[in-house]
Design a protein around this ligand. Structure first.
Ligand code: PEP
Ligand code: MG
Length: 568
């Protein structure tokens, strides 16, 4: 039966092929049977966790060959299996009379609930990772086979949600594409699909029902379209799209290592947002000229104790080593009540987005802040290949916070005996009061990096996690473009440069307008660099300025967007 639906595009590309249902991993055994003596069950538990960890280390080793840094996902999974707190929880359940298989299932389920309840999309997406590990341990204990043998051929995998190890264990050449009922584009399975170049659509609600007994599935991993047993015209249209995509990719690929510039040669630094070591591979492959936003919170979030200064310095050093001679901007810790840190006890807040987050937390936890600054300074001192290292403070709302953060940086640098040479200090402009105080803030720093994700949230009072009101927060609203223009003008008066590192920088037309407003650094997801570079190289600065000036004075966001979209 022919049917069409739309999910979320998670990895670009067109795929057509017969569907193959991938069953979810078994995370709990319905009838685990009677428990043996506790000592026996504990021994079985420990052996199964050890075997699972060994298997995961081996998968990581193998995945390094085809997925580069993404293979680290499996090392993280191994760490789940080796987590002493998890084993302790399961042991307590065994002591209460449960079997090893029942106990480990419940212990993982409890961890999963904690993650799934997190308001952070990133942490919630990690819940699926935990299932993956849990299924492996349960399968070992129950003595059932994992990783089903696939019939020969190339398939469109259909699943409620694919786990990373299912994605990595099925041979790449047998996967034409992936469609899942649920899942998020930030799940590790989606990240892996992007790395492996497998077109994927997630969140295709209802697909398992309509595709039952289907013969063919066609999907577009960019638009999220899924067609079940498509008509001939759909297949023809998809073939044309496929050819166009391939030609476009080849065109963008050819210019990937060219510098970012306008048609008349005005340099615009096109750099990448990096959240973990995984992103570095894609940033480098996409020709990023550096990193404009290194989100450091990942190093802190999944931890029960604060990472040591040495551990942090090693991590920052690894990021710096990936961009020799280029500018790398680290953002100091941006966590708060909505992204809690297990090792920082805090009272819950009614409005976490307005509470103690970003630099507010760093200034209230001087040791935490000091340790991070020490690590950043040491990694800069030991940086191989040189290059400018940026250190910027998030969620600044007042000039005195900038003064305090900067003076702490100077104090720690003096204490370490490290000169600030080669270090640029910056502030993220994410709060309206900071945008309005840009002139005074710019007097204290080398650069301002506009975080439009939060700036839009606070300008429009639109929670960035609530989809229903998302369209109210539009960067093309002339008042926002005007605010950004005035931030650039204020910074110019103090010789500070201005970048944009929010998601808006990855929209090619908007990026063109931002350059027209005077922004000279754009930091984005690596996958967007090619399209943005292409647009900038097609227009001279005078054109971009004229579009930006008109958009800034337009009557509505619609009018401004129409002007911007003419940039093509
Ligand atoms: C932003 O707010 O635009 C930004 C880049 O920071 P984050 O999305 O990490 O809050
Ligand atoms: Mg932000």
């Amino acid at each position: 039966m022919t049917a069409s639906l739309v999910g979320i595009g998670a990895a670009p590309g067109i795929a057509v092929g017969p569907p193959l249902l991938v069953e979810p991993p078994v995370t709990e055994v319905a009838d685990p049977g009677p428990a043996g003596p506790p000592a026996f069950e504990k021994e079985r538990l420990h052996a199964a966790l050890t075997q699972a960890a060994e298997e995961l280390h081996a998968i990581a080793e193998r995945a390094r060959g085809f997925a580069g840094d993404e293979a680290e996902i499996f090392e993280a999974h191994a760490a789940f299996a080796e987590d002493p707190e998890l084993e302790e929880r399961a042991v307590a359940l065994i002591d209460a009379g449960r079997s090893a298989v029942a106990a480990v299932g419940s212990a993982f389920a409890a961890f999963r609930e904690l993650l799934a309840a997190s308001s952070s999309e990133y942490l919630a997406a990690r819940a699926a990772d935990l299932d993956d590990v849990s299924a492996r341990v349960v399968a070992i204990l129950a003595g059932v086979a994992r990783a089903p043998e696939l019939p020969p051929g190339r398939w469109v995998l259909l699943a409620r949600e694919l786990t990373p190890s299912q994605t990595a264990e099925i041979p790449r050449e047998q996967i034409a594409g992936i469609v899942t009922e649920t899942g998020s584009p930030t799940s590790h399975a989606a990240i892996l699909a992007r790395t492996l170049g497998i077109p994927a659509v997630v969140g295709a609600s209802g697909v398992l029902r309509v595709a039952d007994a289907a013969r063919h599935i066609a999907l577009d991993g960019r638009t999220g379209e899924v067609h079940v047993d498509p008509e001939e015209e759909v297949l023809e249209a998809f073939a044309v799209r496929d050819a166009q995509e391939a030609a476009r990719r080849a065109h963008l690929d050819a210019a990937r290592f060219e510098p970012g510039t306008t048609a008349d040669g005005v340099a615009v630094e096109l750099v990448a947002n990096v959240a973990g070591l995984d992103d570095i591979t894609s940033a480098r492959a996409a020709g990023a000229e550096g990193a404009g936003l290194v989100r450091t919170e990942l190093l802190f979030q999944d931890r029960r104790v604060e990472p040591t200064v040495e551990e942090q310095a090693t991590y920052y050093g690894a990021v710096l080593a990936a961009f020799p001679g280029q500018r790398v901007v680290f953002r100091t810790l941006d966590v708060g009540a909505d992204k809690p840190l297990p090792f920082v006890a805090r009272e819950p807040e009614p409005n976490p987005a307005l509470g103690v987050r970003g630099v507010r937390l760093s200034l209230r936890r001087p040791k935490l802040f000091e340790h991070q600054l020490r690590a950043l300074l040491r990694s800069h001192r030991d940086r191989p290949g040189g290059g400018v290292t940026g250190i910027m403070f998030p969620l600044v709302s007042r000039v005195d916070e900038v003064v305090a953060a900067r003076s702490e940086l100077r104090r720690v640098a003096d204490d370490e005996g490290i000169a600030l040479e080669g270090i640029e200090v910056g502030v993220m402009i994410e709060v309206p009061s900071a945008a309005l105080a840009a002139e005074r803030i710019a007097a204290h720093v080398d650069f301002l990096s506009i975080g439009t994700n939060d700036l839009l949230q606070y300008v429009f009072a639109v929670d960035r996690l609530v989809a229903e009101v998302a369209e109210l927060a539009d960067v093309c609203e002339p008042l926002v473009l005007d605010l950004i223009g005035s931030v650039v003008e204020a910074a110019d008066r103090h010789g500070a440069w201005v970048g944009v590192c929010g998601e808006t920088a990855s929209d090619p037309g908007v990026a063109g307008a931002l350059v027209g407003l005077g922004v000279r650094e754009l930091s984005m997801v690596p996958g967007a660099l090619g399209e943005v570079k292409d647009l900038l190289r097609r227009h001279d600065l005078a054109t971009l300025r004229s579009v930006a000036d008109q958009a800034r004075r337009a009557a509505s966001a619609g009018d401004a967007r129409a002007l911007i979209s003419r940039l093509g």
